[in-house]
Write a protein that binds this ligand. Structure first.
Ligand code: S3P
Length: 173
């Protein structure tokens, strides 16, 4: 693989899950931008939000994305907001192919209800507020997610998703 395969999409769309899975099946290294930030900063994402606010986190996210762009070709799970800030979309376009893991809001909500505490943007939301947050934020972000080179419908059978991602890895080589 000569360039990155960036996985783009809302929180809970399966970026890390599919990145790990396709990496294990193809041998192409996997990087998770949030995990790199946490390891590099010695702090969890919720701690970074608490100490530096969202704008501090976005600055770090941008700088780690720039570093990732210079690393050997990998499958890269981005954060849910990554393509929507600064010059991040341009950095992605210059260093790889991107795939939007397009997932219905109802599916995202049911997954995020179980995982909200790890995500600072969701931590304070009850069920009703989470529902509105996902619908509103997804509507606001969809236009930047749709700048991805490929849109993958995550309502498809898992086997088809897997085949499509593996085909993209082969094509990227
Ligand atoms: C965020 C998504 C998170 C993480 C941060 C902000 C967002 O990543 O980067 O909490 O703005 O959507 P995941 O999409 O991996 O949960």
């Amino acid at each position: 693989m000569t360039k990155h395969l960036f996985l783009v999409g809302f929180m809970g769309s399966g970026k890390s899950h599919w990145g790990e899975k396709i990496s294990a099946r193809t041998g192409v290294p996997f990087l998770d931008l949030d995990v790199l930030i946490e390891a590099g900063e010695g702090n969890s994402i919720p701690e970074i939000f608490a100490r530096q606010g969202e704008s501090g986190f976005r600055d770090l996210e941008r700088s780690y994305l720039h570093r990732v762009a210079g690393l050997p070709a990998s499958i890269v799970a981005l954060g849910g907001g990554t393509p929507c800030f600064f010059d991040n979309q341009a950095v992605m376009e210059a260093s790889g192919t991107s795939v939007y893991l397009k997932t219905a809001p109802e599916v995202l909500i049911s997954r995020l209800e179980r995982e909200a505490e790890q995500r600072p943007l969701l931590a304070q939301l009850d069920r009703t507020a989470l529902h509105s947050f996902v619908h509103e934020r997804l509507a606001a972000r969809e236009s930047c997610y749709l700048k991805a080179d490929i849109v993958l419908d995550m309502a498809q059978e898992e086997k088809l998703i897997q085949e499509r991602l593996e085909a993209l890895i082969r094509r990227n080589k």
